[in-house]
Design a protein around this ligand. Structure first.
Ligand code: SAH
Length: 239
Protein backbone atom coordinates (compact mmCIF):
# COMPACT_ATOMS: atom_id res chain seq x y z
CA UNK A 1 0.00 0.00 0.00
CA UNK A 2 1.31 3.46 -0.79
CA UNK A 3 2.02 5.92 2.03
CA UNK A 4 -1.00 8.09 2.86
CA UNK A 5 -1.02 11.44 1.06
CA UNK A 6 0.00 14.41 3.16
CA UNK A 7 -1.66 17.83 3.35
CA UNK A 8 -0.96 21.06 5.19
CA UNK A 9 -3.90 22.65 7.02
CA UNK A 10 -3.96 26.17 8.45
CA UNK A 11 -6.27 25.66 11.37
CA UNK A 12 -6.48 22.14 12.57
CA UNK A 13 -9.40 21.33 14.81
CA UNK A 14 -9.81 17.98 16.49
CA UNK A 15 -11.36 15.44 16.07
CA UNK A 16 -12.85 16.76 12.80
CA UNK A 17 -11.18 19.28 10.55
CA UNK A 18 -11.71 20.76 7.10
CA UNK A 19 -9.19 20.76 4.27
CA UNK A 20 -9.81 23.74 1.98
CA UNK A 21 -8.18 25.92 -0.68
CA UNK A 22 -5.33 24.69 -2.86
CA UNK A 23 -4.61 21.66 -0.73
CA UNK A 24 -8.21 20.55 -1.12
CA UNK A 25 -8.22 21.10 -4.90
CA UNK A 26 -5.00 19.11 -5.20
CA UNK A 27 -6.42 16.32 -3.05
CA UNK A 28 -9.61 16.12 -5.05
CA UNK A 29 -8.56 16.72 -8.63
CA UNK A 30 -4.99 15.45 -8.78
CA UNK A 31 -4.73 12.83 -6.06
CA UNK A 32 -8.35 11.75 -6.38
CA UNK A 33 -8.84 11.37 -2.66
CA UNK A 34 -12.22 9.78 -1.87
CA UNK A 35 -14.42 9.35 1.18
CA UNK A 36 -12.80 6.70 3.35
CA UNK A 37 -9.25 7.48 2.15
CA UNK A 38 -6.60 7.56 4.85
CA UNK A 39 -4.56 10.80 4.78
CA UNK A 40 -2.02 12.61 6.96
CA UNK A 41 -2.59 16.21 8.01
CA UNK A 42 0.22 18.57 8.94
CA UNK A 43 -0.34 21.82 10.83
CA UNK A 44 3.28 22.98 10.82
CA UNK A 45 3.72 22.26 14.54
CA UNK A 46 5.85 19.19 13.85
CA UNK A 47 2.98 16.81 14.58
CA UNK A 48 1.51 14.44 12.01
CA UNK A 49 -2.19 13.65 12.28
CA UNK A 50 -3.57 10.51 10.71
CA UNK A 51 -7.10 11.02 9.46
CA UNK A 52 -9.86 9.47 7.39
CA UNK A 53 -11.74 11.51 4.81
CA UNK A 54 -15.32 11.44 6.04
CA UNK A 55 -17.03 13.79 3.58
CA UNK A 56 -16.10 15.48 0.30
CA UNK A 57 -17.93 18.71 -0.51
CA UNK A 58 -17.56 21.05 -3.49
CA UNK A 59 -14.92 23.31 -1.98
CA UNK A 60 -13.62 21.37 1.00
CA UNK A 61 -13.39 17.98 2.60
CA UNK A 62 -13.99 16.91 6.14
CA UNK A 63 -11.42 14.67 7.78
CA UNK A 64 -11.77 12.71 10.98
CA UNK A 65 -8.55 12.63 12.97
CA UNK A 66 -7.66 9.20 14.28
CA UNK A 67 -4.27 9.80 15.86
CA UNK A 68 -1.28 12.11 16.23
CA UNK A 69 2.44 11.46 16.37
CA UNK A 70 5.49 13.71 16.55
CA UNK A 71 7.14 13.72 13.10
CA UNK A 72 10.56 12.07 13.25
CA UNK A 73 12.09 13.47 10.07
CA UNK A 74 12.78 16.98 11.31
CA UNK A 75 16.45 17.99 11.74
CA UNK A 76 17.77 18.11 15.30
CA UNK A 77 19.87 21.19 14.63
CA UNK A 78 18.64 24.31 12.94
CA UNK A 79 20.11 25.21 9.55
CA UNK A 80 19.32 28.65 8.15
CA UNK A 81 20.07 29.27 4.48
CA UNK A 82 20.34 32.87 3.34
CA UNK A 83 20.51 33.13 -0.44
CA UNK A 84 20.47 35.95 -2.94
CA UNK A 85 17.32 36.13 -5.10
CA UNK A 86 17.99 34.35 -8.40
CA UNK A 87 16.53 34.86 -11.84
CA UNK A 88 13.82 32.65 -13.34
CA UNK A 89 12.79 29.72 -11.19
CA UNK A 90 16.22 29.04 -9.71
CA UNK A 91 15.29 30.27 -6.23
CA UNK A 92 12.50 27.68 -6.29
CA UNK A 93 15.04 24.98 -7.08
CA UNK A 94 17.12 26.07 -4.08
CA UNK A 95 14.09 26.09 -1.78
CA UNK A 96 13.12 22.58 -2.87
CA UNK A 97 16.60 21.11 -2.41
CA UNK A 98 17.26 22.95 0.85
CA UNK A 99 14.02 21.56 2.26
CA UNK A 100 14.98 18.01 1.30
CA UNK A 101 18.37 18.48 2.92
CA UNK A 102 16.80 19.50 6.24
CA UNK A 103 17.02 23.31 6.21
CA UNK A 104 14.55 24.85 8.69
CA UNK A 105 14.59 28.45 7.59
CA UNK A 106 15.34 30.23 4.31
CA UNK A 107 15.97 33.94 3.87
CA UNK A 108 16.03 35.27 0.32
CA UNK A 109 17.73 38.64 -0.03
CA UNK A 110 18.53 41.34 -2.54
CA UNK A 111 22.10 42.63 -2.65
CA UNK A 112 24.36 44.96 -4.60
CA UNK A 113 24.87 42.77 -7.68
CA UNK A 114 21.53 41.02 -7.51
CA UNK A 115 19.36 41.55 -10.57
CA UNK A 116 16.35 39.38 -9.72
CA UNK A 117 13.41 40.96 -7.97
CA UNK A 118 10.92 39.56 -5.51
CA UNK A 119 7.25 40.33 -4.94
CA UNK A 120 4.38 38.91 -2.86
CA UNK A 121 3.43 36.41 -5.58
CA UNK A 122 6.95 35.09 -5.92
CA UNK A 123 7.29 34.75 -2.16
CA UNK A 124 3.98 32.87 -1.97
CA UNK A 125 5.20 30.61 -4.77
CA UNK A 126 8.40 29.86 -2.79
CA UNK A 127 6.31 28.99 0.28
CA UNK A 128 4.24 26.62 -1.83
CA UNK A 129 7.37 24.97 -3.22
CA UNK A 130 8.62 24.54 0.36
CA UNK A 131 5.35 22.89 1.44
CA UNK A 132 5.36 20.55 -1.55
CA UNK A 133 8.97 19.58 -0.93
CA UNK A 134 8.27 19.01 2.77
CA UNK A 135 5.40 16.65 1.96
CA UNK A 136 7.40 14.80 -0.68
CA UNK A 137 10.35 14.14 1.63
CA UNK A 138 8.02 13.29 4.56
CA UNK A 139 8.90 16.25 6.73
CA UNK A 140 6.24 17.51 9.10
CA UNK A 141 7.28 21.17 8.82
CA UNK A 142 8.00 23.29 5.77
CA UNK A 143 10.97 25.65 6.07
CA UNK A 144 9.98 29.17 7.01
CA UNK A 145 10.67 31.60 4.16
CA UNK A 146 11.31 35.33 4.47
CA UNK A 147 12.47 38.06 2.10
CA UNK A 148 14.95 40.82 2.96
CA UNK A 149 15.35 43.72 0.55
CA UNK A 150 18.94 44.30 1.64
CA UNK A 151 21.89 42.20 2.77
CA UNK A 152 22.31 44.03 6.06
CA UNK A 153 18.85 42.99 7.32
CA UNK A 154 19.44 39.45 6.06
CA UNK A 155 22.71 39.21 8.00
CA UNK A 156 21.14 40.65 11.17
CA UNK A 157 18.40 38.02 11.06
CA UNK A 158 21.09 35.39 11.74
CA UNK A 159 22.58 37.06 14.81
CA UNK A 160 21.50 34.34 17.26
CA UNK A 161 22.98 31.38 15.38
CA UNK A 162 25.98 29.52 16.82
CA UNK A 163 27.79 29.37 13.50
CA UNK A 164 27.59 32.08 10.86
CA UNK A 165 29.18 31.28 7.52
CA UNK A 166 29.48 33.40 4.40
CA UNK A 167 30.32 31.64 1.11
CA UNK A 168 32.35 34.10 -0.87
CA UNK A 169 33.61 33.42 -4.37
CA UNK A 170 36.70 35.65 -4.20
CA UNK A 171 38.26 34.11 -1.08
CA UNK A 172 41.34 31.96 -1.57
CA UNK A 173 40.81 30.09 1.69
CA UNK A 174 38.26 29.67 4.47
CA UNK A 175 38.13 31.31 7.92
CA UNK A 176 35.32 28.99 8.97
CA UNK A 177 35.70 25.21 9.06
CA UNK A 178 32.65 23.52 7.59
CA UNK A 179 33.74 20.11 8.81
CA UNK A 180 33.71 21.19 12.48
CA UNK A 181 30.24 22.52 13.08
CA UNK A 182 28.04 22.04 16.09
CA UNK A 183 24.88 23.89 16.97
CA UNK A 184 22.58 26.07 14.91
CA UNK A 185 24.13 27.25 11.67
CA UNK A 186 23.36 30.09 9.30
CA UNK A 187 25.02 30.08 5.89
CA UNK A 188 24.93 32.79 3.25
CA UNK A 189 25.26 32.34 -0.52
CA UNK A 190 25.14 35.12 -3.07
CA UNK A 191 23.12 35.58 -6.24
CA UNK A 192 24.41 35.21 -9.83
CA UNK A 193 26.22 38.54 -9.51
CA UNK A 194 28.13 37.49 -6.40
CA UNK A 195 29.25 39.77 -3.57
CA UNK A 196 31.21 43.01 -3.40
CA UNK A 197 34.24 43.52 -1.14
CA UNK A 198 32.10 45.89 0.96
CA UNK A 199 29.45 43.19 1.44
CA UNK A 200 32.07 40.70 2.57
CA UNK A 201 33.43 43.30 5.03
CA UNK A 202 29.90 43.86 6.35
CA UNK A 203 29.40 40.13 6.85
CA UNK A 204 32.68 39.93 8.80
CA UNK A 205 31.57 42.84 10.97
CA UNK A 206 28.35 40.91 11.71
CA UNK A 207 30.38 37.93 12.93
CA UNK A 208 30.28 35.78 9.79
CA UNK A 209 33.27 33.64 8.83
CA UNK A 210 34.14 33.54 5.15
CA UNK A 211 34.22 30.15 3.46
CA UNK A 212 35.57 29.13 0.12
CA UNK A 213 34.02 26.30 -1.84
CA UNK A 214 37.21 25.70 -3.80
CA UNK A 215 38.99 27.12 -6.79
CA UNK A 216 36.13 26.93 -9.23
CA UNK A 217 33.30 29.45 -9.33
CA UNK A 218 30.06 27.57 -8.78
CA UNK A 219 26.74 28.76 -10.06
CA UNK A 220 24.71 30.30 -7.26
CA UNK A 221 22.24 27.40 -7.15
CA UNK A 222 25.05 24.83 -7.10
CA UNK A 223 26.75 26.74 -4.27
CA UNK A 224 23.50 26.99 -2.25
CA UNK A 225 22.68 23.31 -2.56
CA UNK A 226 26.29 22.33 -1.85
CA UNK A 227 26.48 24.42 1.35
CA UNK A 228 23.19 22.96 2.58
CA UNK A 229 24.49 19.43 2.02
CA UNK A 230 27.88 20.18 3.61
CA UNK A 231 26.28 21.84 6.64
CA UNK A 232 23.73 19.07 7.12
CA UNK A 233 26.51 16.49 6.82
CA UNK A 234 28.77 18.28 9.32
CA UNK A 235 25.88 18.50 11.80
CA UNK A 236 25.20 14.77 11.50
CA UNK A 237 21.86 15.23 9.74
CA UNK A 238 22.69 13.04 6.74
CA UNK A 239 23.41 9.78 8.55
N1 SAH B 1 29.39 36.43 -10.61
C1 SAH B 1 30.38 35.98 -9.70
C2 SAH B 1 30.10 34.58 -9.20
C3 SAH B 1 28.92 34.45 -8.30
S1 SAH B 1 28.68 32.82 -7.84
C4 SAH B 1 31.73 35.97 -10.39
O1 SAH B 1 31.75 35.91 -11.60
O2 SAH B 1 32.73 35.99 -9.67
C5 SAH B 1 27.30 32.98 -6.77
C6 SAH B 1 27.55 32.73 -5.32
O3 SAH B 1 27.90 31.36 -5.11
C7 SAH B 1 28.68 33.51 -4.69
O4 SAH B 1 28.29 34.80 -4.29
C8 SAH B 1 29.06 32.65 -3.51
O5 SAH B 1 28.21 32.84 -2.41
C9 SAH B 1 28.86 31.25 -4.06
N2 SAH B 1 30.08 30.69 -4.64
C10 SAH B 1 30.29 30.28 -5.92
N3 SAH B 1 31.52 29.76 -6.06
C11 SAH B 1 32.12 29.84 -4.85
C12 SAH B 1 33.39 29.46 -4.35
N4 SAH B 1 34.32 28.91 -5.11
N5 SAH B 1 33.64 29.67 -3.03
C13 SAH B 1 32.72 30.23 -2.23
N6 SAH B 1 31.51 30.62 -2.64
C14 SAH B 1 31.19 30.42 -3.93
Amino acid sequence: MSTPKRFFVDNLTSPETYLEGEEFTHAKTVLRVEEGTEIVLLDGSGKEYSAIVSKIEKHRLLAHITGAIEGDKEPKTEIYLLCGALKGDKTELIVQKACELGVSRIGVFSSEYCSAYMNENKLERLKKVAREAAKQCLRSRAPKIEYFNNLSDALSSAKDYNNKLFACEFLSGSDGDMSQLSGSTAVVVGSEGGFSEAEYALAKQCGFLGISLGKRILRAETAAIAVCALTAFALGELK
